[in-house]
Write a protein that binds this ligand. Structure first.
Ligand code: KG4
Ligand code: ZN
Length: 357
């Protein structure tokens, strides 16, 4: 089955062709055009600017994806598209484009929840990588994606969401908890701004933290000991703000020291809750995803801590390029959760959350 996936929920315009065969998904192309340069100038995303950029890129990106996959529109079995959550203008560009193609070519559409899409970055066979250092938990030459066993705990950590889910099977999932205020990526971005780092803050904080002194600052780890699976990151941002106000000038070393302490605080909470959920639900797999999952320290420490707790769950992390927004994850989620609709049954839902069962 061949699927053309489209993702336009925020500032990335992406199109991907995948081929699904039994429980494997082969990535034939994944073209991502980011309008980040525009948003760096404004220190964040202005929705109207993002939508305008989507309009510019949507057709060339679809054309590139078809060309790279050596596929024609006629060969496509299903169209998959993100219908929410996201910025309304950006979402409309992708959804209306896909609806037009579906109408003209008489093809079915599989609408995909963007957050569910992030989880499915772990199921892309060719491009995702298993990264586990515990030989008992699997070896590095396993075929990615195909070995994911249920029940699985999924941590989705992006700029807009921080959610922990329990998957009993494809399409059968339950939301265990989420953030009560800021998302983890949002915390990275806001703290990055306080430290005068470029937007988006996550990768900049990760870079700065590499030369940080771990003994100089320590920030609170909100809700780390709570019995639920919720998160809260807005207090951390306030703690960083207070610290920066005490400091006369933020030199490079101080910036690195604060970046490291803030990164560690965020990572520690994410790992503690994810492993606690894996233990409680006797998970066989842990899937991390979303932009923040590109953070190498989060990946390494999660694997290390899982090993030291002797968890039976195998840890899966997508290739870094599949952590941030892309259409391959949308097409893959569509393949494993096929609920095709006609063009006139699909519309955007910017406020969409998890439609859990
Ligand atoms: O998933 P994503 O591309 O878009 C949303 O759906 O939100 O996530 C973007 C978020 C941003 O907040 C960005 O700062 C964060 O992911 N991010 C990172 C890293 N790379 C991206 N956070 C921490 N470390 C990184 N290396
Ligand atoms: Zn996303």
């Amino acid at each position: 089955m061949i699927i053309l996936g489209i993702e336009t929920s925020c500032d990335e315009t992406s199109a991907s062709i995948i081929e699904g065969l039994a429980n494997k998904v082969f990535l034939k192309s994944n073209i991502v055009s980011s309008s980040m340069e525009t948003h760096i100038k404004t220190g964040g995303i202005i929705p109207e600017n993002a939508a305008r950029e989507q309009i510019k890129f949507i057709i060339p990106v679809i054309q590139d994806s078809l060309e790279k996959a050596n596929t024609k529109l006629d060969d496509i079995d299903y169209l998959a598209v993100t219908y929410g959550p996201g910025l309304i203008g950006s979402l409309l560009v992708g959804v209306e484009t896909v609806k037009t193609i579906a109408y003209v070519l008489n093809k079915p559409i599989i609408p995909v929840n963007h957050m569910l899409g992030h989880v499915y970055a772990n199921f892309v066979t060719e491009d995702s990588k298993i990264k586990t250092k515990n030989p008992k938990l699997g070896s590095n030459n396993q075929e990615p994606g195909t070995n994911i066993q249920f029940p699985a705990i999924a941590l989705v950590v992006s700029g807009g969401h921080t959610d922990l889910l329990l998957f009993k099977n494809h399409g059968e999932y339950k939301l265990l908890g989420g953030t009560r205020d800021d998302a983890a990526g949002e915390a990275f971005d806001k703290i990055g701004r306080l430290l005068n780092l470029a937007y988006p803050g996550g990768p900049e904080i990760e870079k700065a933290a590499k030369s940080g002194n771990p003994k100089r600052f320590r920030f609170p780890r909100p809700l780390i000991g709570s019995t639920d699976f919720d998160f809260s990151f807005s207090g951390l941002k306030t703690a960083v703000l207070r610290e920066t106000q005490k400091i006369k000038s933020l030199d490079k070393q101080t910036t690195s020291d604060i970046a490291l302490a803030a990164q560690d605080a965020i990572i520690d909470v994410l790992i503690k809750k994810t492993l606690k959920a894996a233990q409680k639900y006797d998970a066989r797999s842990i899937l991390i995803s979303g932009g923040v999952a590109a953070n190498q320290k989060l990946r390494d420490k999660l694997i290390l801590n899982a090993k030291s707790q002797k968890l039976k769950a195998e840890i899966f992390v997508p290739q870094k390029s599949l952590c941030t927004d892309n259409a391959a994850m949308i097409a893959t989620a569509a393949y494993f959760n096929q609920k095709p609709k006609s063009w006139n049954e699909v519309s955007v839902n910017p406020e969409l959350y998890f439609d859990t069962k």
